[in-house]
Ligand binder design. Structure first.
Ligand code: MGD
Ligand code: MGD
Ligand code: MO
Length: 810
């Protein structure tokens, strides 16, 4: 970390302009060095209390992503009616006006036929204006219930951990300055997950003063630098967490201030023995003794070792280190412990350790109160009868709410192709933005199949990716960090913040931002063709200073950004947090505003949002929600668990517990267990066309530059007669890919690991080996990852070793 003062002088005349990175879900406040209208360099916003003026390596990829010569530069129209992987769409350039006419006509055909519900909108990444102007508004005013966000393929199952214990369904924040024992479980925040700059900033301090523990089946960046690496057998996290909890209880290491104690002070937690519930008095928690009796009493370190392959003495050592540092012990749980079939229970088991440690609202935070933003006007008056009826017609195509799909997080997006393939007529017009499910969703070939059947598809993206190959109209999007308008909110390091995007560069291509500019143009077209409601709604959003509505799409983008953020820079009284910002110019210059620092122990004293208002080791919250689902289907919760593929029955279903990992493919036919994880350089699925991505790919432990390797333990290599550099085919029940082999000691025998990111068969000249012939560079993990999900949350599985594979010489 070079002090800012010591940095060399800037290369060319220009200025630093505030923006927000959207390369991952941290959404760091940054600054772009803009010179002659071009963004040339990137750094963290110096006033940020989260990233302290720094970005992670991915921030530096922003200029390359913006000026990628393979971007879609003008609107495109398909001229080849045939659709499929490797079939040339024969795109021809058209004007924005013609493109918007075509999309509006297609949409109005549906309304005029009284079937607006045949419109489907799917979104990947987004900013808050999407929520207000596109995702949250367009489907409702138009009249369809078929709109889906990508969260089910993102990390939703993780939220079941804090959600079902503490009533907080969100990503956690961590106070790393105060953390003395950091347990990184199923993620790698030096390279991915969230808060990467802050983790890089604080990690070495924790290594020096305390203990760092990494639970990950592959040697991650964090594992490589941790005191303890626990290469857990994929999917057995619930058993390992249970064994750690068992040690914490039998050795009396729980945090008494949070959890409470036995009435007479004597520890009655003895392996194998039931405990009388009345003997223990809990403080901020609920159901500890039930949890012990139902699950933990038999989860000895020996049991943990048998299931997870982590030696019992290491389990003991780790549990003791955690207990010793409590409540300053943070279990930082990521998708690796959650995004798997039955992942809800693993997420609960891992997260519940934070309850035992009493670290909730001490170092494991819900996040500070949000930065103040305006509420947009109500859409209610603009939803007509056709829309009301349409929104209620038909079932959601992801199958949420069906008997075997409780989907308590709301969405099971990756299930849409399964239902759509059964009922191809359900969608006639599809809109999508900032997503690429033909690459990013497991069982990717299902998306190739279904997208070929959608009669009309308009895609709003920056690059001609796999999904875009199926488009009838391509609407070239802004790269939002450098070319868009928005207010992005998030929290980290104990502060929440709002950070601006302000279209700071001169756009070099004919692009428009989908969540404000494109929807505004579309609304005007719909109005001109006889459906005014969307445009009339947008007209109710007025500039907070001038009181005027927008007269063109760029004005609309800026006005809606100003409207959203007005409480920060126009308030008469200073909002809580940073010093008052006086006016729009000052806000644009600073670029961000922090709310106040988090309130320690804010949920303590019966203020958690769970059913019992306590931290629930016995989840009354899940019991209620699953009970409601069972009631809707006139059956028992046991029946729901059975049809949804879980092993627990009775009360066990309501405590964090171990469920044996599900595996698709027998050990005989598919002897290896596949481990998927993200590249340090992935800006989600969208940085692989950048030369720097390929050149620096070796920063991922075990990986090589300009290549895509599957990593296998040398013992397995020797057994199979395979060596580094061999071309191998990885085959699962879902499909196969061919990549290079690398022998590497960072994975156990019996498992293989490969980074997600490579394998684009369409994207551009760098990411794709042969764009015309649809030949990828490397292989896409989602071709082999089986379509399976955690039905309680609705999330797609990608971790937990649920996909068995076979490796053969190609
Ligand atoms: P991406 O693939 O990142 O998004 O997956 P998706 O939501 O599908 O990007 C989609 C497209 O957006 C790009 O192809 C590009 O054309 C376009 N784009 C890029 N920048 C912009 C922009 O500024 N504006 C607009 N409008 N378009 C833009 C993400 C999803 O992938 C997520 S969130 C996760 S966590 C999952 N990660 C993951 C994994 O770790 N392993 C495996 N195997 N699969 C995964 N898929 C998931
Ligand atoms: P995953 O990509 O799912 O999660 O993304 P991450 O937190 O990075 O990585 C899963 C981790 O769990 C890997 O380290 C993998 O080795 C490990 N793992 C796999 N199976 C198991 C298992 O059975 N048990 C355990 N304990 N671990 C297992 C989440 C987040 O990251 C999201 S949702 C987004 S959208 C952002 N995307 C993103 C990105 O694209 N690139 C980078 N570099 N960072 C990102 N940050 C964000
Ligand atoms: Mo994600």
């Amino acid at each position: 970390l070079i002090p800012r003062k010591a940095r060399s002088s800037t290369p060319a005349k220009g200025e630093w302009i505030a923006s927000t990175c959207q390369g991952c879900t941290q959404w760091c406040a940054i600054q772009l060095y803009v010179s002659g209208g071009r963004a040339t360099r990137v750094r963290g916003n110096e006033i940020s209390k989260s990233n302290h003026g720094y970005v992670c390596p991915r921030g530096h990829l922003i200029p390359q992503q913006t000026y990628d010569p393979d971007r879609v530069k003008v609107p495109l129209k398909r001229t080849n009616p045939l659709k499929g992987r490797g079939i040339d769409p024969k795109f021809v350039p058209i004007s924005w006006d013609e493109a918007m006419n075509i999309v509006a006509d297609k949409m109005l055909e549906l309304r005029n036929a009284g079937e607006p519900e045949k419109l489907m909108y799917m979104r990947g990444r987004y900013g808050p204006l999407s929520q207000e102007l596109l995702y949250g508004t367009l489907p409702k005013i138009f009249g369809t219930g078929q709109y889906f966000s990508h969260s089910a393929i993102c990390a939703e199952a993780e939220k079941m951990g804090p959600g079902l214990t503490q009533g907080f369904y969100g990503y956690r924040d961590y106070d790393l300055e105060k953390t003395n024992c950091l347990v990184i479980w199923g993620c790698d925040p030096l390279a991915s997950n969230r808060q990467v700059p802050n983790t890089i900033h604080r990690f070495h301090e924790i290594v020096a003063r305390g203990t760092v523990i990494a639970v990950d089946p592959r040697l991650s960046n964090a594992a490589a630098k941790a005191h303890e690496w626990l290469p857990v057998k994929p999917g057995t996290d619930g058993a390992l967490a249970g064994a750690i909890a068992h040690v914490i209880l039998t050795e009396g290491l729980w945090n008494r201030e949070f959890v409470g104690d036995f009435k007479d002070g004597k520890n009655l937690f003895v392996a194998g023995e039931m405990v009388d519930e009345a003997a223990f008095v809990e403080k901020e928690t609920s159901g500890l003794v039930k949890w012990w009796n139902l699950e933990l009493k038999d989860r000895t370190p020996a049991f943990g070792e048998k299931e997870s392959l982590i030696p019992a003495d290491q389990i003991l050592r780790v549990a003791r280190a955690m207990g010793k540092a409590a409540p300053n012990t943070a279990v930082w749980m990521g998708p690796g412990a959650a995004m798997m079939p039955r992942g809800t229970y693993a997420a609960m088991a891992v997260y519940a350790l934070n309850g035992l440690m009493g670290s909730i609202d001490v170092v494991v935070l819900e996040g500070a109160p949000g930065a103040p933003l305006n509420k947009f006007p109500s859409t209610e008056k603009f939803i007509d009868e056709v829309a009301k009826k349409g929104s209620k017609t038909g079932k959601k195509l992801d199958g949420r709410g069906e008997k075997n799909m409780p989907a308590l997080m709301g969405s099971a997006m990756n299930n849409v192709p399964n239902n759509l393939l059964k009922d191809p007529g359900a969608v006639k017009v599809m809109l999508a933005s900032w997503n690429n499910y033909n690459h990013s969703a497991t069982g990717a070939s299902r998306w190739d199949e279904v997208m070929a059947k959608v009669p009309f598809f308009a895609h709003m993206v920056t690059n001609p990716s796999e999904m875009t190959q199926f488009a009838d109209i391509v609407l070239p999007s802004t790269h939002n960090t450098t070319e868009g308008w928005n207010i992005i909110t998030n929290g980290s390091n104990g502060y929440s913040y709002a950070s601006i995007q302000q279209n700071p560069i001169k756009r070099v291509f004919d692009v428009k931002q989908e969540e404000n500019e494109v929807v505004w143009l579309l609304a005007q077209k719909l109005k001109a063709k006889g459906f005014p409601n969307l445009a009339d709604y947008y007209d109710t959003i007025k500039d907070p200073e001038t009181g005027k509505a927008a007269t063109n799409e760029l004005e609309f983008a800026e006005i809606t950004t100003r409207f959203l953020s007005a409480p920060i820079w126009m308030a008469k009284e200073a909002p809580k947090g940073d010093a008052q910002i006086k006016g729009w110019a000052e806000f644009k210059a600073k670029g961000m505003f922090h709310g106040p620092r988090y309130t320690p122990k804010k949920g303590w004293g019966g203020k958690f949002k769970s059913e019992t208002r306590k931290f629930e080791f016995y989840s009354a919250t899940l019991k209620k929600r699953l009970g409601e689902h069972a009631k809707k289907h006139e059956t028992t919760t046991d029946d729901i668990l059975t049809v949804s593929g879980y092993t627990a029955r009775g009360d066990l279903a309501f405590v964090p517990h171990y469920e044996v990992p599900k595996r698709n493919g027998s050990l005989e036919e598919f002897p290896f267990t596949f481990i998927d994880y993200k590249s340090r350089l992935n800006r989600e699925g969208r940085s692989q066309n950048l030369p720097w991505y390929q050149e620096f790919k070796k920063v991922d432990p075990g990986d090589v530059s300009w290549g895509d390797v599957v990593k296998m333990n040398p013992a397995d290599g020797a057994r199979l007669g395979l060596k580094t550099g061999d071309k191998v085919t990885i085959t699962s029940q879902a499909g196969s890919i061919t990549v290079d082999l690398k022998l590497w000691e960072g994975v156990r025998p019996g498992t293989v690991a490969k980074c997600y990111g490579q394998g684009h068969w369409a994207y551009g000249r760098v990411a794709t080996k042969d764009y015309a012939k649809a030949v990828p560079l490397g292989g896409n993990n989602n071709t082999i990852l089986v379509d399976d999900l955690d039905r309680l949350s609705g999330s797609t599985a990608r971790n937990g070793g649920f996909t068995g594979v076979r490796i053969t010489k190609a």
